[in-house]
Write a protein that binds this ligand. Structure first.
Ligand code: AMP
Length: 274
């Protein structure tokens, strides 16, 4: 992989990279199109990274269909699909991890201890092996994007990070590989995430500035749907991810909700000036 990258860069190509865990959907494909626009060559990786899953999470049941993924990636015009294997990437004796002081202590980080340590470690390993000029990540995983931007700055990776807006189903549900695990009834209940976020945006438009009141409404709304179990609903500063009490500027509203056994996340901007 590294040789391919080096050779192509020497030939004057800018290399774009989109890391994924596979079971590709239109969200992934949109990131890939962005990568193709931004670079001359596009590499994607497909790797379900064990170190970012906690005990009891869905590592073993994470959906996979490599054959379909290859077809989709080929149709987009991906130049390389990198699929490292677990034993090569984490050989016996592996013991070095990347972590961060503050950003993981919010949102998903509080509910998935060690998750972002696993993410930072695998992204670092992939960056080192793939050696891209540009990498594209989705804003759907807003905290992940913030953490990677910080890591790239802090550790002097010479890689441009591009954030890409969230791609949604026609009814608003954020696309996710995990949506495939929802039953038809859960699929309908899952819409409560984006509906709660849209209601919050509407409240802010109506001049509501009290974050706690907006969060309470979202909680009540989500709880009224079957099989839902809220991990968190937060309104926070988009840079530090610290909670904010008064919505007096553009802020992030992010939530994570289990629908049945499937954990869904979503986020939007609340902007009182728009
Ligand atoms: P994953 O395969 O879930 O690890 O996701 C790989 C990349 O795709 C990450 O940068 C995600 O943020 C991004 N992504 C996942 N779902 C979406 C979506 N619905 N819209 C845009 N990007 C997404």
């Amino acid at each position: 992989m590294t040789n391919w990258s080096d050779r192509n860069r020497r030939q004057g190509n800018k290399i774009a990279f989109v890391p994924t865990m596979g079971f590709l959907h239109k969200g992934h494909l949109s990131l890939m199109k962005e990568g193709k626009r931004a670079g001359d060559k596009l590499i994607i990786s497909i790797f379900v990274n064990p170190t970012q899953f906690g005990p009891g999470e869905d590592f073993d049941s994470y959906p996979s269909d490599l054959e379909k993924d290859f077809k989709l990636a080929e149709d987009i015009g991906v130049d390389v699909i990198f699929t490292p294997n677990k034993a090569d990437f984490y050989p016996q004796g592996f013991e070095t991890f990347i972590d961060q002081e503050q950003l993981p202590n919010h949102l998903c980080g509080l509910h998935r201890p060690g998750h972002f340590k696993g993410v930072m470690t695998i992204v670092t390993k992939l960056f080192n092996v793939v050696n891209p000029d540009i990498a594209v990540f989705g804003e759907k995983d807003f905290q992940q994007l913030a953490i990677i931007r910080r890591m790239v700055k802090d550790l002097n990776f010479n890689i441009q990070i591009i954030g890409h807006h969230t791609i949604r189903e026609s009814d608003g549900l954020a696309m996710s590989s995990r949506n495939a695990k929802l039953t038809p009834a859960q699929r309908i209940a899952g819409l409560c995430l984006i509906t709660a976020l849209k209601k919050a945006q509407h409240s802010v438009k109506q001049k509501e500035t009290n974050a706690a009141a907006i969060i309470r409404n979202a909680e009540d709304f989500i709880c009224s749907h079957p099989e839902t179990d809220i991990d968190y609903i937060k309104i926070c500063d988009p840079d530090t991810l610290e909670d904010i009490a008064v919505i007096d500027r553009a802020v992030l509203m992010a939530l994570a909700v289990k629908v049945g056994t499937t954990r869904l996340i979503d986020n939007v901007t609340l902007n009182p000036n728009k």
